[in-house]
Write a protein that binds this ligand. Structure first.
Ligand code: R5P
Length: 299
């Protein structure tokens, strides 16, 4: 056994991910750090940590779903305090906000993920772990070790346990999801297609190229990293129905489900929508704690 694998973890539950942090601690066999926290009426967050964390290896679990900037501030406050108190701080950020802005797509855009990475560094974070980062290129913006574990095997396992699929096809709504959909399809031993989605970066309008021949009379599973407004899934479902698909399922790692997204996808006629608990939501049916815990166990 190496020296590092003998060191125990202390799990610090951030306000956004208390339940998930407890599950990770249980899976890894680690203690949970007690954090006194509250939110003042004006929206400011308050934290107090009284336990001794000197020389301890602490993993803060804090997902950065909406309210995004509050959850980021909370993560930064906790990391700063724990570093100041002498802990070796690791940040588990199950849903990594701003991962879709890992570069400037239009001239003059802020590379928000780069700023977030810089802030994490400035408060002493020594390592970042996330789940299914939107684009692995984003990991390159971190100046400390940064790693993305994949929930795709868990999503695939859910389908093999819960559904008998007929001639199923896994579909990524865009090119960016190619690696994810391929991995998903390989596990289920089914075919996969990457839809050609074109999104106008100014108006947000999406158009898909026809794949009717490949989906007619087949069960289809749309696989994406994020369902945010639900518009991508809604439009894909509409097209797939037009192209003669049988049952349509949607699965994603991060069910952001902003505003009326849940209603939108319910109305779109999906057989089932399945997400993970990187973000708590009515469709967060899959627990990512085992994959995060098993990653921590390798360190
Ligand atoms: C985009 O490239 C992502 O992979 C998702 O397809 C996108 O974030 C989904 O967004 P929405 O649900 O708002 O269409």
């Amino acid at each position: 056994m190496t020296k590092s694998s003998q060191r125990e973890w202390l799990i610090a539950p951030g306000p956004a991910s208390k339940e998930l942090a407890i599950n990770i601690a249980r899976n890894v066999g680690a203690d949970i750090l007690y954090i006194d926290s509250k939110i003042f009426p004006d929206g400011e967050s308050y934290f107090r940590i009284i336990n001794d964390v000197r020389n301890k290896r602490v993993a803060i679990v804090q997902s950065t779903y909406p309210p995004v900037d509050r959850h980021i501030s909370q993560l930064l406050f906790l990391a700063h305090k724990l570093s100041e108190d002498g802990a070796e701080v690791h940040a588990i950020i199950p849903y990594l906000a701003y991962a879709r802005q890992h570069r400037a797509f239009l001239q003059g855009e802020v590379v928000s993920l780069g700023v977030f990475a810089h802030l994490l560094r400035s408060v002493g974070v020594k390592r970042v772990v996330t789940v299914d980062i939107h684009n692995v290129e984003g990991l390159g913006l971190f100046s400390m070790p940064a790693y993305s574990v994949s929930a795709i095997p868990l999503l695939a396992e859910y389908f093999s346990k819960n559904h008998t699929l007929s001639e199923a096809v896994a579909i990524s709504p865009d090119f960016g999801g190619s690696v994810r959909v391929e991995a998903f399809a390989r596990i289920l031993k089914i075919n996969h297609i990457v839809l050609e989605k074109v999104r106008d970066r100014t108006t947000g309008e999406i158009i898909f190229k026809d794949v009717a021949k490949q989906v007619q009379n087949k069960d289809v599973i749309l696989v994406d990293d994020i369902i945010s407004s639900g518009k991508t899934m809604e439009l894909a479902a509409m097209k797939l129905k037009e192209w003669g698909a049988k049952r349509i399922f949607a699965t994603c790692t991060h069910p952001l489900l902003v505003e009326d997204a849940l209603d939108r996808i319910k109305k779109a006629g999906f057989e089932e929508v399945i997400g993970t608990n990187t973000i708590p939501s009515p469709v967060s049916k899959i627990d990512v704690a085992p994959i995060l815990a098993s990653y921590l166990s390798t360190l």
